[in-house]
Write a new protein. Structure first.
Length: 186
């Protein structure tokens, strides 16, 4: 029996909105959802209520957590929500720099962050002029494979993963718009 994973990209973030308009990195670190992003989440949620998810896995980036809570906060299956940093976005922009678990738990006190390192995003090497370290593609590619193996080892048969466009593009081969879903069979 195949394992089905629904890969759901987060709703529009403040970074997405600014970048689409200007083509420039606005230096929105750990960018939250916009009003449009929250509407996208509210519009997607009814579509997902038909699925009896056994687990929801979300990236620790704020826009993904906000999307997760909007989609699954009152889902009839009441799936547990697990924070996992393996499928965080490829760090190439300010919005992909995360926040420490001690800060995340202040905004999302009902979720567990204590298994994350204080710096769980890519931070090895020299910061660029914008003040953060770009993640080399070989490290990113390794992380995509590691996450695929992590999912395959999970006991659940139907999993929702809330995450990011570049990561899901590499994992599924599909380019997802905000709040779009790709189905991955493992």
């Amino acid at each position: 029996m195949p394992k089905i994973v629904h890969c759901i990209r987060h709703g529009q973030s403040t970074f997405n909105a600014h970048f689409a308009e200007t083509g420039e990195d606005p230096l929105h670190f750990d960018a939250p959802l916009t009003e449009l992003g929250r509407r996208q989440v509210a519009e997607r949620a009814p579509d997902l209520r038909q699925y009896a998810y056994e687990l929801v896995v979300t990236s620790p980036l704020t826009r993904a957590i906000q999307t997760t809570l909007g989609l699954f906060g009152n889902h009839p299956a009441k799936p547990p929500i697990h924070i996992e940093c393996l499928h965080r976005e490829h760090l190439e922009s300010s919005c992909d720099v995360g926040r420490a678990p001690s800060l995340l738990v202040q905004d999302f006190p009902h979720l567990a962050f204590d298994h994350l390192d204080e710096v769980w995003w890519h931070n090895e090497g020299e910061p660029d002029p914008r003040g953060f370290v770009y993640e080399p593609s070989h490290i990113f590619e390794g992380r995509v494979m590691e996450f695929r193996h992590w999912l395959a080892r999970r006991p659940e048969r139907l999993i929702a993963v809330v995450g990011h466009g570049t990561f899901f593009g590499r994992l599924t081969g599909q380019s997802l718009g905000n709040c779009e879903v790709a189905v991955l069979e493992l």
